[in-house]
Design a protein around this ligand. Sequence first.
Ligand code: UDP
Ligand code: MN
Length: 614
Amino acid sequence: MRLWRRGCSKVLCAKLTLLAATILLVFYIRETMLSLEEAAVAQRPLHLEKAIHHLRKGMKLTKKQQGHMGHTSKWGNAEFYPDWEGIKARLAPKKFSLSWKILPQWGKGLSTAQQEEAWDLFLEFGYNVFLSNQLPYNRSIPDTRDIRCLLKTYPAQLPSLSVILIFMDEALSIIERAITSIINRTPPRLLKEIILVDDFSSHGELKARLDEKIKVYNQNYPVVLKLMRHKKRRGLAQARNTGLEAATADVVAILDAHIEVNVGWAEPILARIQEDHTVVVSPVFDNINFDTFELKKYKLAAYGFSWKLWCQYDRIPQAWIDLGDVTAPMRSPSIMGILAANRIFLEELGALDGGMLFYGGENVELSLRVWQCGGKIEILPCSRVGHLERHHKPYVMDPGILLRRNALRVAEIWMDKYKDMVYLAWNIPLQNSGIDYGDISSRKALREKLKCKTFDWYLKNIYPLLKPISNIVCYGRMKNSLDENVCLDRGPAPGDSPKMARCHEFRAQNIYYLLSGEFYVGELIAKEDIYERQYCLTDSGGKPTLELCSEAVKSRQHIYWDFQQGKSIKNRDTARCLEIRKDPSGPYRLVLENCTQQIWNIQHIGRTWATDSQ
Ligand code: UDP
Ligand code: MN
């Protein structure tokens, strides 16, 4: 789902956007018709105009974002070209099948008009606002803590707390439920203030009506509610900073607006930060289901990320398991977004990097800074927060585009030579990528000033699961000179049948050639044991296949090849060459045969480095 799109000129980009919109509309209509046919029990015609309106709004937003980011380069222009696979995956089939799966559930006892409203709100927000509007703000949710958390005691004296809730076009009932849960589930003596930061929402109900509501809360509760508003959209890193600047308590908890804190969430946080003011903590997330609003308990995991800097759940560290105490703080390589910290410590560390635009990667940026500059990150198993994972993000067509830009910024500031891995994972050239990641000089100066450690230290000491690959010679699309329109493709996944397919920019055509002779085909994962996770191009006797590299080695299949740009690809053991062959009327097929000196090229040149230097 989180893929990226092809480069194209501005004009072409606009045309393609229009074309994609048209195709999408047709797709919408076709899907609708199919849904209508399939759903013999259909209760109402789909609200097509609304869906199209929503789509148009999305396209407008995309254009606006293009303006905001001000890219000029070849890559930059492509930044917001909606990625067809992404759109299809995110907007079309799921939504339309959902409309029939979910609405009949939501729709029990609702009139047709109400069902239409529910569907419309769902499209607009990415969650079931219709239901949220019916549910009490002070509803109870299951206590998801381990029973042993209930036996814990905390010091009578704890630091005071400012809670910061940032939002951009969230439903008012969602924000109010978050506020109510914080008021009801935080000891009043500890909760100093709740600071709301509106990152330039456009929804009418978040304007005068929200102002009114806040007045009422301030009249009825001892806690102070403050509302800050951005005059233009500045993204979540800046929104968090705005909240932080307004905060006055000892500790800040910076939360999304679509959360409900659970009982006893604050005490473990405040106690831990009181013990050690350099710890940045994360509560454990449970999931508030976007359609039913049921709370689903999530298992404990470490919070990590991929080389693209997308957040990922990782396995629990052995050291924590060995402690034998399920209530103990758990060291984590990263936060997921939500965090709590000593306010002054966080400010001295440089708050959030305001140069991280809109969405994505700001959690990894902060995490690297915390660890590399003398802090720690811990997850507190006894502090639980329900977080609503939206079905789709209404504020961006493809969050991957934003993340890619932000990821490069993080890589350039914090990752030293290992930044290559981020470029490789996103399949971006190491030189002249054309992606404008903003001015990083002040953040580099901050790194100097705080005397931060290297990324090499971070990898070795904090995140050994993330594995750099230091000997990638070349990477990207791989073409044969017989036909430059087709590229080596991993084929259907899961599956072991690579093929030649029309070139595109998705990860199925990512190829990595290593100095040691392997071709990794498909997404670059490079975590834990790389050989267990990457697929290697293999000569297993017949057609070329893809095998998990570790399996191929175990079964003595041949995964090592000789290759140089503009030369043939020859298996080191079998001496057969990877070639393509065309039947008179068919497409090119991949074959292994006696070498006829066919010529291959890979898109980008890599860089190899010695593993012991920085
Ligand atoms: N948000 C914001 N500005 C933006 C995008 C998001 O203030 O440009 C808010 C959003 O309303 C939410 C928080 O930032 O409260 C985190 O965003 P989101 O929930 O989409 O991120 P996720 O939880 O999916 O990582
Ligand atoms: Mn969120």
